[in-house]
Structure formats: C-alpha cells, structure tokens
Design a protein around this ligand. Structure first.
Ligand code: ADP
Length: 317
C-alpha cells in the first residue's frame, strides 16, 4: 500500500434540519431532526469511511455555539481531523431547514450564510502545503471572505504540488446572480486538477450536457473531469479520452450526499491507486454514490469500503 495521503476538504459545514416524517413540506412538518451537512464535510467523512491509505481533515469555521460543537464532534467521531476547524465567537453556526415533499420537490430555508465566515487569516498554509489533496466546492465561493480564503488555500496547494479537487455543486438560489456563479465555477475548474460536474452543471458551463462538451473546460493541469448522470452513472474525461460507466440499480430512498460519496470514492481511488484504469474508478465511485442513496441524510449515508466492495461483488480496483 502507498504512503498515507492527507486530504483536506475546505468549505461549508452546517446543520440541516430535516422533517422527522418524510413527505412533509416546511408548512406541514411538525418536528425536525438535526443533521450535520455541507458538501465538503460530507466528502471528508466519505474519505474517512473509505479509509485505506487516505486520511482526511476539514478546513472550516463554525460558530462558537452548541451547533458548532456538535458539527466538530460529528466530524471527529467519523474519523475526520478537525484541527483546522476554527470557531467564530462573532457569528452563529449556519442552519438550513430542508424538506422533501411527496412530489420530490426540495425546499431549502437558510438561517445565516451557509458559506460561513472562513477568512484568509484562518488558513494554515503550512498544514495545506504538507497535505496531498485539497478539495473544495462552489458554496464557499459565494461569500467574499470565504472565497478569498478558498483561493488562498488553493494557491498554496497548487504551489506545493497537491492534487486540487473541485465539485461545482451549484446552488443557484444562493447566488446573487447566475453570471457570478458561472464565473466562480469556471475559476474553480481552472484552478483544479480533478473536477466533478453533474449533467446540469456541465450544461450550465458549456451549454451542452453531452460529456464531450467537458473537453472545452480541459486545461493542462487537469487529470480527470468527471460528469455524473444520477442513477445512470458517470463519464470521466482524461487527457487521452473518455469513458462512461453505468450506475448501480439500488432502492434509493434519499439522494442527498450521493455526489459527495461519489467524489470521496473517486478521489480515494485516484490517489491511492494512481495506475488503476479510470473505468474502475468510475465503477467504484458509482457504487459509493448508489449506496449513499439507500440511506437517509448525507453524513450517515457515506459508505464504508467494505460496503462498496460488497456492491462491486468483491471486485477490487
Ligand atoms: P449530485 O448528487 O452531485 O448531483 P448525481 O445525482 O449525479 O450527483 O449522483 C452522483 C453519483 O451517485 C452518480 O454518478 C451515480 O453513480 C450515483 N447515484 C446517484 N443517484 C443514484 C440512484 N438513484 N441510483 C443509483 N446510483 C445513483
């Protein structure tokens, strides 16, 4: 097995309040359960669950309150290093109330700013330089301070030869305008060597959801550009070509966190078995994404390596 690689995930970590009874909207829900969330945090937990020679840590800032302490504890309990999670006495931990109605429509109601208050001064550049991977998404690019912090960390990561990974994870409702979202996501792509986009995000950036359109985003430092197609699986573009791998058929109950489980598994495979064929990486990641849909929530749904391997039918990378 290769030497340990430390993967740092940077960005939002917040509390999702989800109705205790499925199928209720925010008007009719009577009680909500506190669920830890935030896409980069989900990926950090996903990496920790997959284990192997990849360890994970989180770079974030939470409020100096009970919710913030709950989030730090949740990450630590999941095996994520929280030494770089700052606590902010001046701001509260952001919250989101999320409902999934019978018709599949999701409602989000945010309290506080989900991108949080991470600032450039919060970045421990020595810790970033010593890691093997930096992963981030676009929600952290919405706020001015968190965006500056993200770019500062990404600059240090690039200068020190880290793999820089970006999941577009577009949340249109959070942006003041879609032009700003497009520009920030394009910059995230330009700064990263591994990029994940959904079909919709690819179309948002290029005008087409044909994976081949991703070639327009290709740049010299890129190693992989992955486009996910929900239940249908994923396509990975590499320098030399592209490969599509079909998804797994599972009993999906909640697709929250599927993309994050996919991302964690793809990164885990790419970094720990760099010579593995891309097709195998996509299969491994598709299996992780599929498993995440079979359980409610995001962090609780991140699969272990044993679960992914069981779904793959014991086929190892
Ligand atoms: P995101 O959550 O980022 O929008 P997707 O919905 O495309 O991303 O899901 C990521 C991956 O998770 C997919 O490529 C697929 O492998 C897996 N996946 C998602 N939804 C399902 C599903 N309903 N059944 C099986 N696999 C799924």
């Amino acid at each position: 097995m290769s030497a340990a690689i430390h993967a740092l995930c940077l960005g939002e970590v917040l509390i999702d309040f989800v109705p205790t009874v499925t199928g209720r909207d925010l008007r009719t829900a009577e009680a909500f359960q506190k669920a830890p969330g935030g896409a980069p945090a989900n990926v950090a937990v996903g990496l920790a669950r997959l284990g192997g020679s990849l360890t994970s840590g989180m770079i974030a800032k939470v409020g100096d309150d009970g919710f913030g302490r709950f989030l730090v504890q949740t990450l630590a309990d999941a095996g994520v290093d929280t030494a770089l999670v700052r606590s902010d006495p001046a701001n509260r931990t952001p919250l989101a109330f999320v409902s999934l109605a019978e018709d599949g429509d999701r409602e989000f109601l945010f309290y506080g700013e989900p991108w949080g208050t991470l600032a450039p001064a919060d970045i421990d550049h020595a810790a970033v330089a010593a890691a093997g991977l930096l992963h981030f998404g676009s929600v952290g690019l919405i706020g001015q301070s968190s965006r500056a912090a993200t770019w500062a960390a990404a600059d240090t990561a690039s200068a020190n030869g880290l793999t820089v990974s970006f999941d577009a994870n577009l949340r249109p409702a959070l942006w003041p305008d879609l032009g700003a979202a497009r520009a920030a996501i394009a910059e995230g792509v330009a700064r990263s060597s591994v990029v994940k986009l959904s079909d919709e995000e690819l179309a948002f950036l290029t005008g087409s959801d044909d994976p081949a359109a991703g070639r327009a985003l290709w740049h010299d430092r890129m190693r992989a550009l992955v486009v996910t197609h929900g239940a249908k699986g994923s396509t990975c573009l590499t320098r030399d070509g592209q490969v599509s791998v079909g998804g797994f058929t599972v009993q999906a109950v909640d697709t929250t966190g599927a993309g994050d489980a996919f991302m964690a598994a793809f990164l885990s495979g790419l970094l720990t078995e760099p010579d593995a064929p891309v097709e195998g990486l996509c299969r491994f990641a598709n299996a992780a994404g599929a498993l995440a849909t079979t359980r409610r929530g995001a962090i609780p749904a991140m699969p272990t390596r044993a679960e992914v391997e069981a779904l793959l039918g014991e086929v190892r990378l």
